[in-house]
Design a protein around this ligand. Structure first.
Ligand code: GLN
Length: 277
């Protein structure tokens, strides 16, 4: 079979399996596994497919047909222009979360000490550390497996100013910070069943479930975060759909100042910020 026939065949299989972006995903699998880029492909589309491990591409296509996310199959995801290793122990970094990292990078500088709570793959902690050269960035997570991935990401991206701590929220965190960042689990438990299979069946429940009303972790962040902020320090949290009002109210309740909401590119409320005066 030619390269074109192989690619068409994968497209067909993905499409029959109900994968929405079958064409795009087929290409990304083909490129990711064979290492052929667009130009190579265009030049060699009619040539016989001679990749040494054809079963790898077949397996990858089968996994995608079973609705496993592309990023877990290829083992990587992009965030703020950096490549992160991912596996099913960590949430796949989302484009929307870049709003939080960008806002953090606007306020942090080389003197800053930053805490990223619920760090997962470490994507926020590492990106902010690399972009701002912050003095110290701590990524905390309850999951030891997630921290193993985060530490590998730290090494491969050479983020020497980052350290990771295993901690159930603030349990093992001491000291104060100029900035507390978090993209915590925020989906209401009862809404998890209704999520698309890629998310519901493949991503870690621990990284999604915000308990009964979805706000469980924001309460802890608002309440305990205050004591871990230096005067003038910022708290910035990603939120889910419709949570801006309630999360802002939590910050008000604990006496934060300058409370504001930032929208994502789709125009949806995405990040809630406040300051300890
Ligand atoms: N901080 C990580 C991210 O934004 C993980 C978040 C999580 O596990 N809830 O991708």
């Amino acid at each position: 079979m030619t390269n074109r026939q192989i690619l068409e065949d994968i497209k067909q299989k993905l499409s029959s399996a109900g994968i929405e972006e079958a064409s795009n995903d087929a290409w990304l699998l083909f490129e990711g596994i064979t290492g052929m880029n667009r130009t190579d492909y265009l030049l060699r589309a009619g040539e016989e497919f001679d990749f040494p491990f054809p079963e790898r591409l077949r397996n990858a296509a089968e996994r995608r047909c079973a609705h496993e996310p592309l990023q877990y199959i290829l083992g990587k995801a992009y965030f703020m222009g950096f490549e992160f290793e991912v596996n099913p122990s960590v949430l796949i970094p989302r484009y929307d979360t870049e709003v939080l990292a960008e806002e953090a990078a606007r306020y942090a500088d080389a003197d800053s000490e930053v805490l990223d709570m619920c760090t997962g793959s470490g994507c926020i902690a590492i990106s902010v550390a690399l972009l701002t050269k912050a003095r110290r960035v701590i990524g905390a997570d309850i999951s030891g497996r997630a921290l193993t991935v985060a530490e590998r990401n730290r090494k491969r991206l050479n983020a020497e100013n980052v350290g990771f701590v295993k901690s159930d929220m603030f349990g093992a965190i001491s000291g104060t910070f100029d900035m507390i960042l978090s993209n915590p689990p925020y989906i209401k438990s009862e809404d998890i069943e209704g999520l698309m299979s890629e998310v519901r069946d493949c991503e870690p429940r621990l990284a999604l479930d915000g308990h009964e009303d979805g706000l469980f972790f924001y309460r802890i962040l608002a309440k305990e975060g205050f004591g871990h902020l230096k005067p003038g320090g910022h708290i910035m949290m990603e939120i889910g759909f419709g949570q801006a009002r309630e999360v802002s109210a939590l910050l008000e309740m604990y006496d934060y100042a300058d409370i504001r909401v930032i929208k994502d590119l789709a125009g949806l409320d995405r990040v809630v910020c406040g300051r300890r005066i």
